[in-house]
Design a protein around this ligand. Sequence first.
Ligand code: FES
Length: 186
Amino acid sequence: MRTKEKQSNHGMIEMTTRQADRLTPAFEAEADELVSHYPVSKRSASLPLLHFWQNHFGFVDDSGVEWIAAKLDLTPINILELVTFYPWFRREAAGRTVIRVCRTLACAMAGGYEVKEKFCEAVGLDPHSEHHGFGSAPPTTADGKFSVEFVECLASCGSAPVALINDDLVENINASDIPALVEKLK
Ligand code: FES
């Protein structure tokens, strides 16, 4: 994790890994621009700001929760409850490539569980490793390259089984093609 030097009140140089201490003027300007889209209720910018934050840092730490809450005149719990409710958001770093395999009915019946198992095997993860949610990182390879997790319906039931690889939807997955697919991602 990156660190940054910071001058403390008593003049000592401290190292910090707080995400909010690493914001740039450009980041803050873009965040303000996002908030300006919601003139009636700034609270409506909560999810857009969380997406913006996580896209930038990879996850949302305590300082991010506090910063977004302050920006929207909310309390930190108003933001934390979103981070822990929506599985998309994380409070810990995941791999650079996150593979989300759908396990809802259509995909489960079309082989979604086998697809997830094959992805885990191909990247070197235990196919039976547990992910407890609530903002925790999904199982991630030791080199930080890949995370694999189950998700619920990705709204592409007609082309099951499907997976989301970072932002790309992969449809009609044939489990036997997965090793080659993962090789291309390495
Ligand atoms: S059930 Fe998998 S996309 Fe809908």
